[in-house]
Ligand binder design. Structure first.
Ligand SMILES: Cc1cc2nc3c(=O)[nH]c(=O)nc-3n(C[C@H](O)[C@H](O)[C@H](O)COP(=O)(O)OP(=O)(O)OC[C@H]3O[C@@H](n4cnc5c(N)ncnc54)[C@H](O)[C@@H]3O)c2cc1C
Length: 384
């Protein structure tokens, strides 16, 4: 079997196949975690997910992180913590209340906090915060560290610098039999496309997948301030920018802002970010950085005396209907796809990799993949 793309999804797929005794080739145009996986925050979180399949799948995704950690596979890389949803005005408070109710209805451990309780738990937060909810049993993991660990654990040999240019198919049956790459043709009984933004060209889905840039900031260490935030702080506006709040539509505007302040275990803060549709490159700009900083200071005023160390950006691969593409590609026997995880692929990557591996092994994937079925799109158009 050949897997295209060594981001968290492709590497997870290869890991679970190899663990089941299947021989795999993992081809990667650049290097492992070179794209979105290496530019992510790392929230392994259900707090920001849209109610419905994404919320349910994220819960299963977190569970798998816990299982892999208990088995020792992700030992020292996955850490449990809470996410605090916060609101600074009436409109945000309403979004927060609705979303917290949706999380509770889907079985997530979430609790609305009184102001007193919030101040006791998170003294670094501004008095401007007027409503909050704690989402428990969330987690954090750094994407490129997960990738590195799974590669090492499975003894995977990533074929770096091998860009796949096209699929090779039997002209009579349409069955995919291999790949044309810059390093020559590769024959394959089965192919999994986990190429993030590169999947669109390979599958003829350029009208379905779009790049959504995110800009993030990293501060120096500020241990005292960091200790005053016991988990990630997620503004209710973030739910709107991500179209996760019930009723919110996927953002149509070019640039949306939604704030998450992540107190890292190093004592630093990771602060983001933007959602920018159809961005060509993962670069940052002063306008966005200034906007993010202003928003962050409103929630955590103590950040004013903390130095900004660097800014960076990445491209999330989003599907136009807001749900990923996971499963067999219709009309192309031998071909599976797993992509379009937008801002959720660190959380969902290992689970989706295991699901695809199970499908290829003829097993039950263990999660409901029907909402993510690629058959809903054909050659760039919504299926009739
Ligand atoms: C700023 C930002 C913040 C984020 N924060 C979070 C977060 O907090 N929590 C969360 O869960 N998710 C987050 N994400 C989303 C997450 O990073 C992605 O959903 C996830 O990394 C996608 O993984 P992937 O393996 O599908 O794709 P990628 O990591 O993009 O990997 C695809 C790989 O395929 C390779 N490739 C592409 N085309 C070809 C080709 N033709 N031939 C060979 N190889 C090819 C690429 O080089 C790349 O290495 C964030 C993303 C960004 C950008």
């Amino acid at each position: 079997m050949v897997i295209v793309g060594a981001g968290i999804v492709g590497v997870s797929t290869a890991y679970f196949l190899k663990r089941a005794g299947v021989s795999v080739r993992l081809v990667e145009a650049r290097a492992p975690a070179a794209a979105a996986t290496g530019a992510a925050d790392g929230a392994v979180s259900v707090a920001s997910k849209r109610p419905g399949p994404m919320m349910a799948t994220a819960t299963a995704g977190i569970r798998l992180y816990r299982e892999l950690t208990a088995e020792g596979v992700l030992d020292g890389l996955f850490f449990t913590r809470s996410t605090f949803l916060v609101a600074v005005d009436d409109a945000e408070a309403e979004v927060l209340a609705t979303h917290a109710a949706a999380l509770a209805a889907s079985g997530v451990s979430v609790e609305r906090l009184t102001n007193e309780r919030l101040r006791a738990l998170a003294p670094s937060l501004s008095a401007d915060v007027r409503a909050a909810a704690e989402v428990r049993e969330e987690g954090h993991a750094i994407g490129y560290e997960i990738v590195r660990r799974l590669i090492a654990r499975a003894g995977l040999a990533v074929e770096r610098g091998v860009r796949v240019d096209a699929l090779v198919a039997d002209p009579r049956t349409g069955r995919v039999t291999g790949l044309d790459t810059g390093a020559g043709r590769i024959e394959a009984e089965a192919v999994v496309i986990a190429a993030g933004g590169g999947s669109a060209d390979l599958l003829g889905l350029s009208g379905v997948l779009r790049a959504r840039r995110g800009q993030l900031l990293v501060t120096e260490r500020a241990p005292a301030l960091n200790a005053g935030l016991p988990g990630a702080i997620m503004s209710a506006r973030y739910l709107l920018s991500k179209a996760s709040a019930p009723g919110a539509a996927p953002a149509a505007s070019a640039r949306g802002y939604g704030l998450v302040i992540d107190p890292l275990r190093t004592g630093q803060f990771l602060v983001g970010g933007t959602r920018e549709n159809d961005a060509a490159r993962p670069d940052t700009d002063a306008e966005a950085v200034a906007h993010i900083l202003r928003d962050a200071l409103r929630l955590v005023p103590g950040l004013a005396s903390v130095r900004l160390l660097r800014t960076f950006a990445g491209l999330r691969t989003a599907v136009v209907d807001g749900l990923p593409l996971v499963g067999a590609v219709p009309g192309r026997a031998g071909l599976h796809v797993a992509t379009g995880f937008e801002g959720d692929g660190i959380c969902l990557g290992p689970l989706m990799g295991r699901s695809i591996a199970r499908l290829l092994l003829g097993e039950d994937p263990g999660v409901d993949l029907a909402p993510f079925d690629p058959a809903r799109f054909r050659e760039g158009r919504a299926a009739a």
